[in-house]
Design a protein around this ligand. Sequence first.
Ligand SMILES: [Fe+2]
Length: 352
Amino acid sequence: MSMVNELTREKWVLGAFPEWGTWLNEEIDEEVVAPGTFAMWWIGCTGLWIKSENNTNIAVDLWFGNGKRSKKTKEMAPFHQMRNMTGGRMTQPNLRAAPIVYDPFAVTQVDAVLSTHYHNDHIDPFFAAAVMQNCGQDVPFIGPMKSVEKWLGYGVPKDRCRVVRPGDVIQVKDCEIVVLDSFDRTCLVTADEDIRNTCPNDMDEKAVNYLIKTPAGNVYHSGDSHYSTYYAKHGKDYNIDVALGSYGENPAGNQDKMTSVDILRMAEALRCKVVIPFHYDVWTNFKADPAEIMMLYNYKKDVLQYQFTPFIWDVGGKYIWPLDKDKKQFHYRRGFEDCFTDEPNVPFRSIL
Ligand SMILES: [Fe+2]
């Protein structure tokens, strides 16, 4: 049999996806976090992996799905949050724009699985299954009530789930997770009924923000929160080193992601030292250029005396606090550190 007769779609899918194979899994597993630091990796969307100096691994909002893959469904389902929010009916063209950089089924060790809210791009059945199959029997699944309902629906046992609300504090080995208010108004209008002229008040059951305190510094994960003046309260109440905010270019009719202006206002209000935009990577119809944040930062930083620095990341990238705190932009490792270990195998040196 020739190759063209043996190759199948299934072989292609298994050979090509996830795009990074287990490269990033191995990198996270191998990382030895130095005392006085913590490491984190951007898994895509708002997925964040945090690893402390005592080898505490916390996974927030990991998600390994995708968006539209066919044009056949012409309209959004009734009561879809984007239909609720915009009053539009047409299927939104939200195709996944970033690669999947982590293999959920190759997870070896995690100490807590966190979800900020229950929207499909912030909680994942495959990762839940892999954690149940590969990791310790005591790894907690931590999230607001609606996220826990999803995990229970996947078959995660109830005693492994922990419903949290703003104000709760959970210790995970050497890290403390402080549960804070979410400001995700898109989540607030996610409802399976007509809520026109009603005022939903179940935000705390739907979505939360997290402050993750490691021995070396604190990370503020704002999920899909919109801009809120209450960031200033969180900034007064807590010492925040790195804050992550959901950034995106909202199509007309939408108020879903923070803009470049909002990201800078959030950072100023939170009094963080570094602000990192995320989520703008993943949806084709909300794609945004993070350089806009840097441009606006440079325009405003002197007159407003900004005390923070934006950091522009890439999916799959690593960030070490505080070693990387003055960096402005990520670049993937470029390799070839050992060039000229051997004499190059070229005809003569002048070709080089
Ligand atoms: Fe989202």
